[in-house]
Write a protein that binds this ligand. Structure first.
Ligand code: GAP
Length: 512
């Protein structure tokens, strides 16, 4: 199966097993908006707990808030979103379809990169153990040709991006003969800027109505509460404020399932520091955040940093943590050194003094900020796409399994009485009642035990606990491990500790 096909199967699986549904489906859906089902919401909540606890419990100097989605419209002028939160759009004159010009170019570059990688893999298969990748890349004519094309377009693109030169974006698209996937033509309009914020009105009458925006990031809710938290929490710099919440962007190219949505959730932390210490803190947070990701056990090789070549005018360092999604390495989290741009502008626009008084040096200053910003939904997608496998079993059957990191699994244990009689349901119910306070458990008594195992594999349940007739004599149950499919007899009294060892979120947190 190609990665593309696998991705389609994953999307269908997410729907079939109650993880993610297209929003408003009975009305034919709403583009780039998705609902989380009974399994998805558990997975999402576990991810949020992992992040929230890592930030606020493991760091004594980080506290959380929950600010509103609606905020004063001037906030978005101060933050620069009204004037500069734009995407470069281009329309195909024949199909009348609209695209992001930068995405068209990046996709083209991605295809060239893929071609190079395919050649390298071919070489690896051909030469086996004696394969020298560096030499192959430096000498193979096909690789050299595609790489040269890539380098040339990439250089033009980076230059155009830095200069904000949209005419050059269009020229690259035309020179590379990038066609509209619908019409197949290269008949493009000029590139124009399109603001991504959704607006609505607030006020009881239309005359008194004020245009307000649905927040496009949660970060501004933190900045405008900086003084409140610093004063009431008697916070001393360096300190951080964390927040999880919804954000909204009128994305033009909304594709790749929950990777790019119009309504999504962010987990953001703004770390307030003394000016001049920002690069040191930036390096620390880069390391910390990468550790948080790798600690999930989904393979360090599936993450990488991508340092920004073009920095926003207020930033003096920025990087993305990218994850290897089925459609390639893409941004999962952003880490930005934002100087005092946001607090400074809020001070200017609001007329309120936003400063920190340093008792040790007797000086006041506007703090600098390091921001870490990760999408909840992209993390859900990273976990699901990495965990999804179709396995061929020895008996010729296939099983679909989600090997979700156990601490994030929606259901931790399934309690399965072998039959619905002979006193087995009563024992199973008692086990369920004992475990349910600490673990999300599912009670299942329908269908054969094999079918029940398959259903639990498909939602990623780490443990299946089967209660059989022997249980009535020896007070033991059969515990089946999701990943190894190994079964062992375990005394009921030891069940809690066995499950806890594998699924307790604190075990993950202790490794950070
Ligand atoms: N406050 C900084 C900020 O919002 P960003 O890079 O625009 O930075 C941060 O967004 C993270 O939010 C991204 O790394 C991504 O995980 C997530 N994100 C952004 N736009 C998204 C969208 N349309 N759908 C899903 N997640 C998105």
């Amino acid at each position: 199966m190609t990665q593309d096909e696998l991705f389609k199967v994953l999307v269908a699986h997410c729907k079939e097993y109650g993880f993610i549904f297209p929003s408003s489906e009975i009305y034919d859906g709403l583009a780039a908006v998705y609902d989380y089902g009974q399994m998805g919401v558990e997975l999402k909540n576990n991810i949020k707990s992992y992040w929230w606890n890592a930030m606020t419990r493991l760091n004594e100097n980080i506290v959380g808030i929950d600010s509103c989605i609606f905020m004063h419209p001037r906030i978005w002028e101060a933050s620069g979103h009204v004037s500069a939160f734009n995407d470069p759009l281009i329309d195909n004159k024949d199909s009348k379809k609209r695209y992001r010009a930068d995405v068209l170019i990046e996709d083209y570059l991605g295809k060239l990169e893929e071609k190079v990688n395919k050649e390298v893999e071919k070489g690896r298969r051909k030469f086996g153990e004696s394969f020298d990748e560096a030499q192959f890349r430096a000498t193979n004519p096909n690789v050299l040709r595609e790489q040269a094309k890539y380098d040339q377009v990439h250089e033009r693109y980076v230059k155009a991006e830095k200069a904000g030169d949209f005419a050059e974006y269009r020229q690259i698209i035309i020179d590379c003969n990038i066609v509209c996937p619908i019409s197949g033509t290269c008949n493009w309009t000029d590139v124009r800027q399109f603001n991504l914020m959704f607006s609505t009105s607030m006020g009881s009458t239309s005359e008194g109505a004020n245009i307000i925006y649905l927040r496009p990031e949660t970060a501004q809710g933190i900045f405008v509460n900086y003084l409140n938290v610093q004063k009431t929490g008697r916070m001393k710099i360096p300190f951080g404020i964390a927040q999880i919440g919804k954000a909204f962007r009128n994305e033009i190219v909304a594709r790749q399932f929950i990777f790019r949505m119009r309504e999504f959730e962010q987990m953001e932390m703004q770390f307030f520091i003394k000016p001049g210490t920002e690069l040191e803190w930036f390096a620390k947070w880069k390391e910390q955040r990468m550790k948080w990701h790798v600690n999930l056990g989904m393979g360090a090789e599936n993450y990488r940093f991508h340092d920004h070549e073009k920095l926003a005018h207020y930033a003096n360092a920025a990087t993305d943590i990218e994850f290897q999604f089925p459609f390639g390495f893409k941004e999962l989290e952003g880490i930005h050194s934002r100087t005092n741009f946001d607090l400074g502008n809020h001070q200017k626009f609001s007329g309120k003094k936003i400063q920190y008084f340093d008792n040790e040096t007797n000086e006041s200053y506007t703090p600098y900020v390091i921001e870490t910003s990760i999408g909840v939904d992209r993390t859900v997608l990273a976990v699901l796409s990495h965990s999804f496998h179709e396995e061929k079993l020895e008996n010729g059957e296939t099983r679909v399994v989600l090997s979700i990191p156990p601490a994030l699994a929606p259901v931790k244990a399934a309690v399965l009485p072998l039959v619905k009689k002979d006193g087995l349901p009563e024992v199973a119910q008692k086990i369920m009642n004992d475990l349910k306070y600490d673990f999300n458990c599912q009670y299942e008594d329908k269908d054969s035990i094999g079918k029940r195992y398959r259903r639990q594999d498909a939602i990623g349940t780490p443990f299946c606990i089967t209660i059989d007739h022997e249980t009535l004599n020896d007070n033991c149950v059969t515990v089946r491990d999701r990943d190894t499919m190994q079964q062992e007899r375990v005394p009921i009294a030891e069940l809690h500790d066995l499950i806890d060892k594998r699924v307790n979120l604190n075990n993950l947190l202790r490794n950070l």
